[in-house]
Ligand binder design. Structure first.
Ligand SMILES: NC(=O)c1ccc[n+]([C@@H]2O[C@H](COP(=O)([O-])OP(=O)(O)OC[C@H]3O[C@@H](n4cnc5c(N)ncnc54)[C@H](O)[C@@H]3O)[C@@H](O)[C@H]2O)c1
Length: 260
C-alpha cells in the first residue's frame, strides 16, 4: 500500500513512533491523518502541524475506538489504514522477578497492548471486508518475537499481539485485508526513557522514531507482514527457532552481563 490519498488513523499518535508515523504519512500525501491519543494536548499539536484531526481516545475503552472509527468515517470516508500503535511498558519491579509487575499493570498491558488491537479490528473489519480492502498495521516490538529482559508483562502481551495479528492475517487475508506488525528494538522515545536503566535494551542501537516511520513506509509498500526496523532481529528469530535452549542460555548470559 502507498499511503498517498489514503485515510489513516494512528493510535498513540501524539508522541514518539506514532507522531513520527503521522508526520510521515502526511508528507507522503495521505488524504487524512487522524491522531488518536489519551494525551489530548500533544495529539492536538501533531494534528495542527500536519493539517490532520486529533481525537481524544482511550484505546482500552471499546466505545472510544468505535467513536474514533465512526467520527473518522463521517468526516473523511472509509478508513484505508488503521495503525494500532499505542502501547505501554512496565518493568519487573520491585523485586526483579518475572512475576513482580503488579496485577494492575499486567491488566493495563493486556488491555493497551492487545485488546486495543482487537477493538480496532472489530470496529473496522466489517466495512473493510465489504470493500474487499483495508490495512491493519500494529506496532508490536521485538519483545513480542524474542523477549525483553526485565519486562515480563511487556514481553508476554507483545507476544499475544503477534498472535492476534497472525490470526487476523490468516482469517482475513482472503477477504482482501492486509496486516503488518512493526517490531523495533530500542527507539528513542519517552517509553525508552522511562524504561532504560543502562540495561540491554539498546545493545543493537537506538533508532529514531523517524527511522521507524521510514521502515513502516517501506514495509507498507511491500505489504510485508513483518516489518523489522532493526534487521538483526530476523537473525535472532532464526537462532531462537533453530535451537530454543541455546537461545535461552544466550538470553540468560546477556541478563547476567547487565547485572554485574
Ligand atoms: N520506544 C521503544 O523502544 C519501542 C520499541 C519497540 C516497540 N515500541 C512500541 O511502539 C509503540 C509506541 O511507543 P513509543 O515508543 O512511541 O512510546 P511513547 O510513550 O512515546 O508513545 C506512546 C503513546 O501511546 C499513548 N497511549 C498510552 N496509553 C494509551 C491509551 N490507553 N489510549 C490512547 N493512547 C495511549 C501515549 O499517550 C503516547 O502518546 C508502543 O506500542 C511500544 O510498545 C516502542
Amino acid at each position: 500500500m502507498h499511503v498517498k490519498d489514503k485515510v489513516i488513523v494512528v493510535t498513540g499518535g501524539a508522541n514518539g513512533i506514532g507522531a513520527a508515523m503521522c508526520r510521515r504519512f502526511s508528507q507522503e500525501g495521505a488524504r487524512a491523518v487522524v491522531v488518536a491519543d489519551l494525551d489530548e494536548e500533544h495529539a492536538f499539536h501533531v494534528a495542527e502541524e500536519i493539517g490532520g484531526l486529533s481525537l481524544k481516545t482511550d484505546v482500552c475503552v471499546e466505545t472510544d475506538i468505535i467513536r474514533l472509527v465512526n467520527e473518522t468515517e463521517k468526516r473523511f470516508g472509509p478508513i484505508d489504514l488503521f495503525c494500532s500503535n499505542a502501547g505501554v511498558a512496565y518493568r519487573d519491579e520491585p523485586l526483579g522477578m518475572a512475576t513482580s509487575c503488579s496485577n494492575e499493570n499486567w491488566q493495563k498491558a493486556w488491555e493497551i497492548n492487545v485488546m486495543a488491537h482487537v477493538y480496532a479490528a472489530r470496529a473496522v473489519l466489517p466495512s473493510m471486508i465489504a470493500r474487499k480492502q483495508g490495512y491493519l498495521l500494529n506496532t508490536v516490538s521485538a519483545a513480542g518475537l524474542l523477549n525483553q529482559i526485565g519486562a515480563a508483562s511487556y514481553s508476554t502481551t507483545k507476544h499475544a499481539a503477534i498472535g492476534f495479528a497472525e490470526a487476523l492475517s490468516i482469517t482475513h487475508g482472503d477477504d482482501g485485508i492486509k496486516v503488518s506488525v512493526v517490531c523495533p528494538q530500542a527507539v528513542a522515545t519517552q517509553m525508552l526513557g522511562d524504561f532504560d536503566d543502562g540495561g540491554p535494551q539498546g545493545v543493537d542501537g537506538i533508532l529514531t522514531p523517524e527511522e521507524v516511520a521510514d521502515s513502516v513506509i517501506a514495509g507498507l509498500a511491500e505489504e510485508t507482514f513483518l516489518i523489522l526496523p532493526h534487521e538483526r532481529v530476523r537473525l535472532y528469530m532464526q537462532r531462537k527457532t533453530s535451537d530454543y535452549n541455546r537461545w535461552l542460555n544466550g538470553m540468560r548470559r546477556l541478563r547476567r552481563s547487565f547485572l554485574e
